[in-house]
Design a protein. Structure first.
Length: 537
């Protein structure tokens, strides 16, 4: 069952503090602040949380009026990159101390830094609107027992109920808890509640209006206060001077999810929209570039599969599986269900067929790299009564065949044509006993509908062609100049179809893409091209 994010934040906090006493168990370390004898406190509830070792307790910095090594905070975002605040940051050659759960001390030195704007606090041009954060590059990777923290996906706003938005972009915690975790300069475990998240300007919620540069538009800010529940509030402390740079995190089950470093006593600039997400990744690249290297590291997103989305009023959404997005590539262009109620997603740019079981949300992947490595493989899919799924090839070398007869032994094959047929969409003539024919709509291929037959024993014929000619229409004559330009750039456009539908009336219909006609195929006798009719639309 899909989970509500705010509910999980609160439930996770209650589970974490259960059995602990805020008056005695708040410190994360024993022997603090001595870097040589410091040890993790096993009686602190953050001790075993994933990400806890990525919070460094000390550094080698000193500042009048504060405990040596205690201020500036910081958080590990990759094995080699840390975040601090811009208004209170550490410089190159500063030393940072991390401690594994077995109390092994790891020492790293900051070599290079990157800021979203060239000025620092107190200098002309400094503006918190760019984000009060700052990335530092360490001299070498930390080992795996020091855990970088993940961040929320940049569309976090979708996981908060729309009823809580007081403006287009601002979610309010109102008079209820939405619990988050923090530390301070004394490395204590502290709880707050989110009172408000500003997700940025309207375009910043789902988009980045300046994806290639740092800009003051669309900063995302999280405000916080003491929890309302008394058990949670027992772990709250107000922020004071010197706490800047300490991390603020969500807790989901047993994992800490980084949101942002402490900036003021009641808010911080958070990695909770696309602008901030892009900016921090750009800062990581800039820190690498300053050192003349490329670590290849970037932010790691927490997988929100299983959580409700509230991005459309009146509807709740949840996602299954991992994020497989890759730039602008379209991953899947076909979807169909088999006789066992398994759901199959047919790949376009993706490298695997995905079978999803809606009964338990489990997924099985069937790699198809041996059949096609194109980024434009198949478009459209249909389930036949011989328990096979067929998909129309665009650039793949023939129609895809998924044999679902045995759910424990699904096999994948194809009809080898030897080149991409440039079809998009498939319709079936099926007698219900495993015998029939498949019709494939021509998108940018030749002026011919493709066809193959199948039987109940799992045999498919070779692919044949039903030629047609799309006549010119008055529309094309009336816009001759534009028509000529279209044909010059897309020669196939005015004869293209996308999708085939069996009308149940002994006719197959080809859905126009650029064509001005609906294609009609008489299924009683499609051996003759003359049986293909066209209707004006």
């Amino acid at each position: 069952m899909a989970r509500d994010l705010v509910t999980v934040l609160n439930d996770s906090a209650f589970t974490a503090i259960n059995g602990y006493d805020a008056s005695t168990d708040q410190s994360m370390y024993n022997n603090w602040p001595d870097p040589d004898t410091l040890e993790r406190n096993p009686d602190n509830w953050m001790h075993d949380l994933i990400g806890a070792t990525g919070i460094p307790p000390l550094n080698n910095k000193t500042y009048p009026g504060y405990v040596d090594g205690a201020i500036y905070g910081g958080i590990l975002l990759t094995p080699r990159h840390m975040m601090f605040t811009r208004h209170a940051f550490v410089q190159p050659n500063s030393v940072i101390y991390f401690y594994g759960r077995d109390n092994t001390k790891y020492t790293r030195t900051i070599t290079h830094t990157a800021s979203p704007a060239p000025q620092g606090s107190g200098q002309p041009g400094y503006s918190q609107a760019y984000g009060d954060y700052y990335i530092c590059l360490l001299d070498s990777d930390l080992p795996s027992d020091i855990e970088p923290l993940k961040v929320f996906p940049p569309d976090l706003y979708k996981y908060f109920k729309q009823s809580g938005f007081t403006t287009t972009t601002r979610w309010s915690g109102s008079n209820a808890d939405a619990t988050i975790v923090s530390t301070d300069q004394e490395e204590k475990t502290i709880l707050h509640r989110i009172t408000q998240i500003e997700f940025g300007v309207a375009t910043g919620m789902g988009f980045d209006s300046h994806p290639d540069e740092f800009n003051a538009d669309g900063n995302s800010i999280t405000n916080y206060a003491s929890p309302i529940d008394s058990d949670l509030a027992a772990w709250h402390e107000n922020k004071v001077a010197g706490d800047s740079g300490s991390p603020n995190m969500a807790l989901i089950d047993d994992e800490l999810i980084f949101m942002g470093v402490t900036s003021t006593t009641n808010n911080f600039d958070s990695i909770t929209n696309l602008r901030a997400y892009n900016d921090v990744n750009r800062l990581i690249e800039n820190a690498d570039a300053a050192a003349g290297i490329s670590t290849g590291y970037s932010l790691t997103q927490y997988n929100m599969a299983g959580f409700k989305q509230y991005n459309i009023d009146g509807y709740d959404y949840t996602y299954l599986g991992q994020d497989i997005s890759n730039g602008t590539l379209i991953q899947y262009r076909g979807s169909v269900k088999d006789h066992n109620n398994f759901h199959y997603s047919v790949p376009y740019a993706a490298t695997s067929i995905v079978r999803t079981d809606p009964r338990d949300d489990s997924q099985t992947f069937y790699n198809i790299n041996s059949i096609s490595t194109s980024n434009q493989k198949w478009v459209g899919a249909a389930y036949a009564s011989n328990k096979r799924i067929y998909a129309a090839p665009h650039a793949a070398y023939g129609p895809l065949i998924i044999d679902t007869t045995d759910p424990d032994n699904v096999t994948v094959d194809y009809i080898n044509v030897g080149y991409g047929l440039q079809t998009r969409g498939i319709g079936l003539l099926d007698n219900g006993s495993g015998v029939g024919a498949a019709y494939l709509a021509s998108y940018s291929g030749s002026e011919s509908t493709k066809k193959f037959t199948f039987d109940a024993d799992g045999n498919e014929s070779a692919v044949t062609s039903l030629a047609y000619t799309v006549p010119e229409s008055e529309f094309e004559d009336d816009r001759a100049d534009q028509y000529a330009n279209d044909i010059a750039n897309y020669p196939f456009l005015y004869r293209s179809f996308w999708g085939m539908v069996n009308g149940g009336n002994s006719k197959m219909y080809g859905i126009p893409y650029g064509s001005s006609r609906v294609q009609v195929i008489d299924l009683n006798d499609d051996s003759s091209p003359l049986s293909i009719q066209r209707f004006m639309v």
